[in-house]
Design a protein around this ligand. Structure first.
Ligand code: NDP
Length: 419
């Protein structure tokens, strides 16, 4: 018997909300709140008569802490699920603290305006000290650990697929499969085809920032940074086939380096087609990925926001996207004194997702873990004061829930390793 306030009503939120409505005995009430209330109203209308969960809707600008506080005080939820954008992580965490409510999200905080001098000074110091230059990192949200602990509240960070499920796979490998983990390779393959020359599978701003940033990986206790897309490998993915994949910086490496400190190397690879990369390079070269406003015919325009307006809405890709995703982790290490390799992954079919919830697989593989993370918190399986990433929590009930609600795991005891 719980009430959840969901903030954001885009591609990921739509899946998370529909999955919550499949578990109405836990998610008895949902309040859907977003910047554009009509999207919440449309989804509530679609779900009416198909779920026992009671749904209400509200308008909120989640950049404004006072608006959030007023909404939380009015709705009195047990949990706030942030499936808006990473830009709103800190304002929503502040509002949760002010109102004494638990919090969760699916992505690291990053600022909307990376030219803000105050943010930039901290960022540049962190780049030097930590050794990687991605705009997003955990430091901002880890700084809330004591505040949440003192308030007796829990904040769950990054509970999508990657970050999220991939960290649960690592926690599971450490708990059950290995005495010592030597290396971890996280592989994110999207074998889906939407038929457009160029489109992003989730929020274009967040996606293009991530992909155009320098890559980095963790080795022997420190970060190694490389130019964007400069390490390429080919890999044969189960049920997808042969794909090119590229080494990226990814947020879960930062937390895994702490929870599995014995790991000598942790890398993250994502697959991209040539058309995507060619378009991205070209857009970057002409300045279209910039977040710095430019003056155009008397208007201030942020190039990447203008580009977002031109690109297909990720939420509209559902009916067109065919093929499968395959995301998982390959481990090397030892068990009972013997060398061991082990691969755990999930395969998800875009069209099956579309037929179930009207979305493509990338929204599905993020929205289902968000619902399962909320389920863990609301049923007390994950409930301790402080700020946590998924790798710090018991993976067993979470992976069982994923198996049950649409993202079952597959295991390969003898995987081909990534060179
Ligand atoms: P979308 O752009 O589709 O949706 C974002 C939603 O947030 C929209 O409804 C938008 O409202 C709303 N929003 C934006 N700004 C505000 C604001 N100031 N106040 C209130 N609402 C706001 O994004 P996605 O659904 O693709 O992504 C959601 C989150 O999931 C992102 O943080 C993304 O990084 C994360 N993600 C995580 C993954 C993982 O595996 N961990 C994978 C993919 C995504 P409006 O309709 O008005 O624009």
């Amino acid at each position: 018997m719980s009430k959840v306030l969901v903030i954001g009503c885009g591609g990921v939120a739509s899946v998370a909300i529909q999955k919550c409505c499949q578990v109405s005995d836990v998610f008895t009430e949902l309040c859907l709140a977003s910047r554009t209330k009509s999207k919440c109203d449309d989804l509530a209308a679609k779900l009416k008569g198909h779920t026992d969960t009671k749904i209400t809707t509200a308008q909120v600008d989640a950049d404004d802490v006072n608006q959030l506080i007023a909404l939380i005080q009015k709705e009195k939820p047990d949990l706030v699920m942030n499936v808006a954008l990473p830009y709103q992580d800190l304002t929503i965490m502040d509002a949760c603290l002010a109102c004494g409510v638990n919090y969760m999200d699916t992505a690291n905080y990053e600022p909307e305006n990376t030219d803000d001098p105050q943010w930039r000074a901290i960022y540049e110091k962190r780049c030097k000290e930590a050794g990687f230059s991605a705009y997003f990192d955990y430091s901002w949200q880890w700084a809330y650990r004591k505040k949440f602990e003192d308030a007796g509240l829990m904040a769950l960070l990054g509970c999508g697929f990657d970050p999220g499920v991939t960290q649960a796979y690592c926690a599971y490998a450490k708990k059950h499969e290995f005495d010592h983990i030597d290396t971890i390779d996280i592989l994110d393959c999207n074998g889906g085809d939407h038929g457009y020359a160029f489109a992003t599978n989730f929020n274009p701003e967040v996606n293009l920032r991530e992909v155009s940033a320098p890559g980095s990986y963790w080795e022997d206790g420190h970060w190694i940074e490389i130019p964007a897309m400069s390490i390429k490998r080919e890999y044969h993915f189960d049920q997808v086939g042969e794909k090119d994949m590229y080494l990226l910086h990814h947020e879960e490496i930062e937390s895994l380096a702490q929870t599995i400190p014995e790991a000598k190397r942790i890398r993250f690879f994502m697959t991209f087609g040539q058309s995507y990369l060619d378009h991205m390079r070209c857009l970057e070269d002409v300045g279209m990925l910039s977040t710095t406003p430019v003056e155009f015919e008397g208007h201030q325009i942020v190039p990447i926001k203008f580009l977002k307006a031109l690109l297909p809405d990720p939420a509209s890709l559902g009916p067109r996207t065919k093929g499968k995703t395959n995301i998982g982790c390959i481990f090397t290490g030892t068990k009972d004194g013997k060398d061991k390799t082990w691969y755990i992954y999930n395969v998800c079919d875009h069209q099956e997702c579309y037929h179930e919830v009207g979305s493509q697989g990338v929204s599905y593989t993020t929205g289902v873990p968000a619902m399962c993370g909320a389920l863990m918190m609301l049923t007390g399986k994950w409930q301790k004061p402080g700020v946590y990433t998924v790798d710090e929590l018991d993976p067993d009930p979470f992976l069982d829930a994923l198996d049950k609600y649409g993202l079952p795991r597959s295991i390969d005891e003898n995987p081909v390793l990534v060179p």
